[in-house]
Design a protein around this ligand. Structure first.
Ligand code: 5AD
Ligand code: SF4
Length: 429
């Protein structure tokens, strides 16, 4: 099994270190910051970054196996992302026409979309979002693995089930355990990108983190770090050790809400760190939580635009899952429709966006993942944390994949992608 197809390098911009690669006629941009690559070489890329070269004969053999399936998937995706003609109110039609003409949307435009109540209008909006996704990304879908390597945390975020003050069985995976979990994900399932996530836990100090990144990078995968508010120096060391992507949400664009829900921390500090990470050259994944108490619709819209201003390469947002034992245990649940609106609006605000279906979103319903992918999302994460630890990484209740073995989640994901006509080509930058 293979999560990403080999791509042929068809053009190279030596100054910018960017290559144009081809997947059965579909072109993507890829950062070539590693080996000495030439036009005509075959490479694996993930998240817009080259992971490794591969032998031409091997590449052609893999592509031969995939060719018919790929074209069939592409046809299916095109069919499913067609827009049906339906009556729409003038203000909504005007916004969707702007989207169609590739014009920049204003916050007011997004507000109009958020005002949609009629199910038929909602259906058209989601169809258009899916169409825009198809137009910009073709039928690509990235599937990253995530290893949650420690549930210790020094912070007390009001929403989070592994906050410091919560009485919980805690674990820290050793460096060897993390590398073994990564190796198993690569060997068994062929993952080409792995996200390493933990609470803000300084027991894994810079030396340990550096060793983890270096050794996981040696497995020839894109290393994604998700370790919270660590210093700029830590992020720089990890970049130097081979990490190329970082996931760090600003959580909410509302300064007051941020200060209240992440006691002792400031939104501006978080934003400064996110900007530094981007400037270092990391592929940036950032975003926010939807459905926080006191969060207004304007806050959500501001958060979408802030993610864009921060030049996110990947948007990561999910619903608040009210979690027992946290100060937000009794908060209202977010409606699945709200999440679909946020995904569709994001796709319109930034047609190029890579939009992640987060695991929190998956908990909303059995169909949430499928619906999100059909509303403009184009990226997934599969939890590959060893099962004995998975249960203890309870950021929120009812994690969707908890009772399923990784094997099953992987098989279900492949089946889901096939049914939607999505292929595991890289998403490009
Ligand atoms: N519901 C949804 N998302 C949550 N996170 C933490 N707790 C919750 C919750 N109860 C998110 C935060 C954090 C990410 C790792 O998990 O946005 O950045
Ligand atoms: Fe810690 Fe992150 Fe949870 Fe906050 S959201 S308590 S920083 S793990």
């Amino acid at each position: 099994m293979c999560y990403v197809l080999p791509a042929e390098v068809v053009e190279i911009d030596k100054i910018k270190n960017i290559g144009i690669v081809d997947y059965f006629g579909e072109k993507r941009k890829v950062l070539l910051d590693l080996d000495d690559v030439r036009v005509g070489d075959y490479i694996y890329a993930q998240g817009g970054v080259m992971v490794r070269k591969l032998d031409k004969t091997e590449a052609l053999e893999i592509l031969e196996v995939w060719k018919d399936l790929f074209l069939e998937l592409k046809r299916k995706d095109q069919e499913l992302s067609k827009i049906s003609e339906k009556e729409l109110p003038a203000n909504i039609l005007e916004v969707l026409q702007k989207v169609n003409l590739k014009k920049t949307l204003t916050k007011q435009d997004v507000k109009a979309l958020f005002g949609i109540k009629n199910p038929k209008e909602m259906e058209v909006m989601l169809e258009v979002a899916n169409h825009v996704r198809q137009r910009t990304h073709g039928n690509s879908c990235c599937v990253h693995g995530i290893i949650e390597f420690s549930n210790y945390c020094t912070q007390n975020c009001y929403y989070c089930g592994i906050r410091k003050n919560y009485d919980l069985n805690r674990y820290r995976m050793s460096v060897d355990e993390i590398v073994a979990a990564a190796k198993s994900a690569v060997d068994k399932y062929n993952f080409k990108a792995l996200c390493l996530q933990s609470g803000e836990d300084f027991w894994h100090d810079d030396d340990k983190l550096e060793e983890i990144v270096r050794r996981v990078r040696e497995l020839e995968v894109l290393v994604f770090v998700s370790i919270g508010s660590r210093s700029v120096e830590t992020y720089q060391r990890l970049y130097n050790a081979g990490a190329r992507a970082a996931l760090l949400r600003f959580e909410t664009s509302n300064e007051k809400l941020f200060a209240k829900l992440r006691p002792g921390t400031k939104l501006q500090d978080r934003i400064n760190l996110i900007k530094s990470i981007k400037d270092m050259g990391y592929i940036l994944s950032t975003g926010f939580i939807v459905g926080l108490p006191e969060q207004t619709e304007d806050d959500i819209i501001n958060s979408i635009f802030l993610t864009t201003e921060l030049k996110a390469d990947m948007y990561s947002f999910g619903p608040l899952i009210p979690t027992i034992g946290t100060p937000l245990a009794d908060a209202e649940k977010v409606a699945a429709e709200t999440m679909l609106k946020v995904i569709a609006a994001t796709r319109f605000v930034n047609p190029d966006a890579n939009i992640l279906v987060t695991t929190a979103l998956e908990t909303l319903s059995d169909q949430a993942k499928r619906e999100a992918l059909a509303a403009g999302a184009n990226s997934l994460m599969i939890d590959v944390t060893p099962v004995e630890f998975q249960e203890m990484y309870k950021i929120y209740d009812n994690k969707a994949s908890l009772h399923n073995k990784t094997d099953k989640v992987v098989q279900d994901t492949i089946a889901l992608l096939a049914s939607l006509g999505r292929a595991p080509t890289d998403l490009g930058i």
